[in-house]
Design a protein around this ligand. Structure first.
Ligand code: ASP
Length: 623
């Protein structure tokens, strides 16, 4: 399957990163955020065909979007990127209340699919596309048909391991080409959230609600509120403004980088039991090559306990190593061992799926079975663990009844919900910052746990959009940084001045912290020429430490500044021999010229730094 690159990753990179193409970018004080949109198909981009049925139309979505001034700001796009070309991204007009304007790049798949035609290979393709452009974008939106959207959302939630950025899947019930479409609202809201909110989850946005993807089910084939997450509240709602409940966000709590596991095992199935199900149907279903099955049982996890034939078939399958997960047929609730008819399953070695949706249980099985490095016991253990917030674990920490913010609000005589929210948004980041500044590790963990139990979002930001991690990185306490990372604090949040925690660690040249952040998936952000400027400034000052900080953070040390000068040009000009020695091996040759046509050797020669001239001539003779 080929995909049409309206904006292939290469051209995206060249628009965003390449020093050569940035000259067309206008100087702007407007804050921007970059979102990649992966358009897989679905009703949102369908039209009626000759047979009068809905089918996806290639290359039509972008043209339609450009007609909506609330979806694309043509004037801004032209000023920002020059006259419109095939590689120009789309621009969402500024949304009130949001810091950043969303620039979005659409990758349209070919063929576009009705989601009923999608397979596990399509999930793998989406996952790989996100992986391959992960560092270039702040967030991702996947446009998808609604029919199997919950399966895709659930599968991606497992496949995208240690996800640190927002991924939102959405679609519509009415095509975007029709007057009453719900597609524009769903799409615009998804773009705003993906671009402006760092939520490290695969989410579904539909009908003004943001859900955890692996908790969703499609509940209606015609209502605009087509999705629900029966056993878990929405993560957010869009009304006049965006309201995210940060306490509900599931955060990866390990210091590991984002990666994709795309090996899924297709030998899985869902068996919905019904009265008088025949032995042959049951047995046929459980036969090889099946390796994992979601058994949808009655009520709170019951099957007919008087059907020895069924019980025998289950026992044989479990003994063969098949993983059987018990999930309820009910739309709400979970399985539990409260009836004899349910207990019997557990005694046979069937695992509890607790309150997982069948979509989540099935895709989790296929993910877990695809982990060749895990033993059968480990796989079973994983199936019962809460990997991505897909099941309510009995060990989930409960939030204190006594709400700290409410107590403060009372004493300040604050009563409206809005003022209360504001107070909470101010108090928690301030208290976290205080803990970062004043504590040693035992004290810090005590304070952090207390704040968590009062419902504080540890990735919460202050008025300058700075997190406790920004502060800890600036202060240079690696233990506290590590502790925050282990508690899921995001490394990707940019403050009002677009600085990430990684910038703070670079500014203070704390190599231990830079390494920690990189291990956790942090990466350099901002324009590559901006980084070139910083490298040149460091070289001019003779700051080897700063250059090494950038090297550790993954910078290309040959990156030129807007005048085409590299750090090597500046080190040569200022006569810093040690820095020239350090930088030379990063250059393939010394032919890079700045805007005046001068090479690093020209700089050294004109500045009469003859040892450096000799060094460079030696380098040229061996390259
Ligand atoms: N059949 C369509 C699909 O899943 C339905 C939709 O998008 O709403 O692709």
């Amino acid at each position: 399957m080929e995909f049409v690159n309206r904006n292939s990753t290469n051209s995206i990179r060249s628009t965003l990163k390449s020093n050569k193409s940035e000259s067309i970018l206008m100087k702007t004080d407007t804050k921007e955020t970059q979102v990649r949109v992966i358009y897989t198909g679905g009703t949102i981009g369908m039209m009626r065909n000759k047979r009068n049925v809905l089918a996806p139309i290639p290359n039509a979505l972008v043209k339609q979007i450009c007609k909506y001034p609330n979806m694309h700001d043509q004037e801004y796009a032209e000023k920002r990127f020059g006259m419109s070309t095939a590689t120009t991204p789309l621009v969402l007009p500024h949304a009130d209340g949001e810091l950043r304007r969303v620039i979005y790049h659409i990758t349209e798949y070919d063929p576009l699919l009705d989601s009923s035609n999608m397979t596990m290979l399509d999930w793998a393709r989406i996952a790989k596309d996100i992986y391959q452009s992960y560092e270039t974008f702040d967030g991702f939106v996947v446009l998808h048909g609604t029919d199997t959207l919950s399966y895709t959302a659930s599968a991606l939630s497992f496949m995208l391991e240690n996800l640190g950025k927002t991924v939102i899947i959405t679609g519509s019930q009415i095509p975007i080409f029709e007057t009453r479409t719900d597609g524009t609202d769903n799409f615009i809201s998804a773009l705003i959230i993906a671009g402006n909110y760092v939520l490290p989850e695969v989410c579904v946005f539909f009908g003004n609600k943001l859900f955890r993807g692996n908790r969703t089910v499609k509940i209606s084939s015609n209502a605009l509120d087509a999705f629900e997450s029966p056993n878990s509240p929405p993560l957010g709602r869009i009304g006049v403004s965006v309201a995210i409940d940060y306490r509900l966000i599931f955060r990866p709590c390990s210091v590991s980088r984002f990666t994709v596991h795309s090996e899924l095992d297709e030998n899985v199935g869902i068996l919905r039991i019904f009265p008088s199900i025949s032995r042959s149907t049951f047995q046929a279903f459980l036969s090889p090559p099946l390796k994992g099955v979601v058994l949808q049982s009655f009520g709170s996890g019951n099957i007919p306990s008087n059907r020895q034939d069924i019980l025998d078939a289950i026992k044989t399958a479990v003994d063969r190593g098949v993983i059987i997960i018990n999930c309820t047929q009910c739309a709400n609730g979970s399985v539990a061992e409260i009836y004899d008819t349910g207990k019997i399953l557990f005694d046979l070695g069937v695992l509890s799926g607790f309150d997982m949706t069948p979509e989540a249980a099935l895709t989790k099985l296929s993910y877990v079975l695809g982990k060749a490095e895990w033993s059968l016991e480990e796989k079973k253990q994983m199936m019962q663990s809460n990997l991505r917030g897909e099941l309510t674990s009995p060990t989930d920490p409960s939030i204190e009844e006594f709400h700290l913010v409410e107590a403060v609000a009372k004493s300040l005589q604050i009563f409206s919900a809005r003022d209360l929210e504001q107070l909470e948004a101010t108090l928690f980041p301030a208290m976290l910052a205080n803990a970062v500044i004043t504590s040693d590790i035992p004290n810090f963990s005590f304070k952090l746990n207390n704040l968590k139990s009062y419902g504080a979002d540890l990735s919460g930001t202050n008025q300058d959009h700075r997190t406790a991690l920004h502060l800890a990185c600036h202060n240079g306490n690696a233990e506290i940084v590590n502790y925050l990372l282990l508690n899921g604090v995001s490394v990707h949040i940019r403050d009002r001045y677009d600085r990430t925690p990684l910038h703070e660690a670079i500014t203070t040249d704390n190599h231990e912290i830079i390494q920690l952040l990189i291990n956790c998936g942090a990466h350099l952000t901002g324009s590559s020429r901006g980084i070139g400027e910083k490298l040149c400034a460091a070289a001019a000052r003779g700051s080897m430490k700063r250059l090494k900080s950038y090297q550790l953070a993954g910078a290309d040390l040959t990156q030129p500044d807007p005048s085409g000068r590299t750090a090597l040009h500046l080190a040569a000009l200022h006569g810093h021999e040690d820095i020239v020695r350090f930088l030379l091996p990063f250059h393939e040759n010394l032919e890079e010229t700045d805007l005046l046509g001068l090479t690093p050797l020209d700089y050294a020669t004109r500045a009469k730094h003859f040892t450096i001239v000799n060094l460079m001539n030696d380098f040229i003779s061996i390259t």
